[in-house]
Write a protein of this length. Structure first.
Length: 421
């Protein structure tokens, strides 16, 4: 849906002026009640968090709001980008990912390499073990993205903008993450090797140089593949200009990549850890079970001291929950201001099934792989960890399988004019 009108254009052919091009549909009107509710909710959460838990959690909530605002306006995600790449060879989204990864890697090198942190935090890189769980989890995540219609960050901003199918994906996400924690002993000891961090061998700036070179190779390969397959171009999204565009229009992907890098670096500075998404879903599932009278605190997963502390504490002190909530509310405010916040009340049963199944695969896969497209892939690659690259390769393979499963649920697969979010 266009968020704004295009300027009227005149074309001249053979010395005569053609008729004016048809005007684009008028920009949707803002949704005042949704915008007011989102802003009031965000303000109340921020005031409560700062007052009850201090500046550090409060700043994380604000950063989450900025992430949600940016994700919505740039429609920045991974699901459609990889669908376009695997389905028709369009690598525009992948090249935007490379910009996000390269900028984040640069900021991580500056922050972690110099030990710079706020609120007493000590920034640390993200590095996961290399093994069966990583490969299997990322593969399942790739399949789940294509069935559920969103990645981890995409799920949050789509839910915030009122997309009911993706709300079902989020429900499945929570269910999948909870199932993983329940059956954690089954996968706790899968074969693996120790994490590999480039900085341990060549220092932070050597790690940064290798990462940038590898991303440059990815860009070059994507251009070569796109030239060979010659996919139809993705249609441009009409946008407003100036300040109106910043509040209501669609932003170029490169703007989204740069802003997301800066906000993600802010999360690292404030918390000491990279931006993540999916660990909160397991926590929410366990909290819900406790409210219903169950005792997940007795499960092996939640007996780990770090996990036990998260389960025992308030949700608004959990770093990932804070940014996740901020993303959803920030995206709701952005969608309402743009006039595109909406609820889909009627859904085909196959769409419901795909959303729930995809979400469950996303939840299980993200826990197996110790992260998602943000916490494992973006943070891993930016940290110079080999696990990030392995995650990306396995998720791409899962995307290929997911594309072949989509028609079973009546999902279009794929179209050159799909969004690359």
């Amino acid at each position: 849906m266009a968020l704004s009108t295009l300027p009227e254009r005149l074309t001249r052919t053979a010395g005569r002026t053609a008729a004016p091009a048809p005007e684009s549909p008028a920009a949707p009107s803002p949704k005042p009640w949704v915008l007011t509710a989102a802003l009031l909710l965000f303000a109340a959460l921020a005031v409560w968090t700062f007052a009850a838990h201090g500046a550090k959690p409060g700043v994380l909530l604000l950063l989450g709001g900025g992430l949600g605002f940016t994700l919505f306006h740039s429609r920045f995600g991974f699901t459609g980008a990889w669908r376009q790449l695997v389905g028709v060879g369009n690598g525009a989204g992948l090249r935007a990912h490379a910009l996000l990864l390269g900028t984040t890697a640069t900021l991580f090198a500056l922050i972690i390499g110099t030990g710079t942190g706020l609120f007493g935090s000590k920034p640390a890189p993200t590095a996961g073990p290399l093994g069966v769980a990583l490969v299997l989890g990322a593969f399942l995540f790739g399949v789940g993205m294509q069935l559920g219609g969103a990645c981890a960050s995409g799920t949050l901003f789509a839910v915030g903008s009122g997309q009911v199918p993706v709300l079902l994906t989020l429900v499945g996400f929570v269910v999948g993450g909870t199932l993983y924690t329940w059956q954690y002993p089954l996968v706790e000891h899968l074969p693996s090797f120790a994490p590999v961090l480039l900085s341990d061998h060549v220092g932070w700036w050597g790690s940064w140089a290798i990462t940038i070179a590898a991303l440059g190779a990815v860009v070059w390969i994507s251009l070569a593949v796109q030239k060979r397959r010659n996919p139809p171009p993705v249609g441009a999204v009409p946008t407003s200009r100036g300040l109106l565009r910043a509040v209501r229009g669609s932003w170029p992907l490169w703007v989204g990549a740069l802003l997301l890098s800066a906000l993600g670096a802010g999360v690292l500075l404030v918390s000491g850890g990279a931006w993540g998404v999916t660990s909160a879903f397991s926590l929410w599932g366990a909290k819900l079970l406790q409210a219903l009278g169950a005792h997940p605190e007795h499960w092996a997963y939640w007996r780990d001291p770090k996990q036990a502390a998260a389960l025992a504490g308030p949700v608004l002190t959990d770093k990932t929950s804070l940014t996740d909530i901020g993303i959803m509310v920030g995206a709701a405010a952005a969608a309402a201001a743009g006039g595109v916040w909406t609820l889909h009340r009627r859904l085909p049963w196959r769409t419901v099934a795909a959303s729930l199944l995809g979400g469950i695969l996303l939840g299980i896969g993200s826990r197996l792989a110790a992260g998602c497209n943000i916490g494992a892939y973006l943070a891993g690659v930016a940290s110079g960890s080999l696990s990030g690259w392995v995650w990306g390769a396995a998720a791409l393979l899962g995307t290929w399988v997911g594309l072949r499963l989509r028609p079973l649920f009546g999902l279009p697969n794929p179209r050159p004019t799909d969004s690359i979010c």
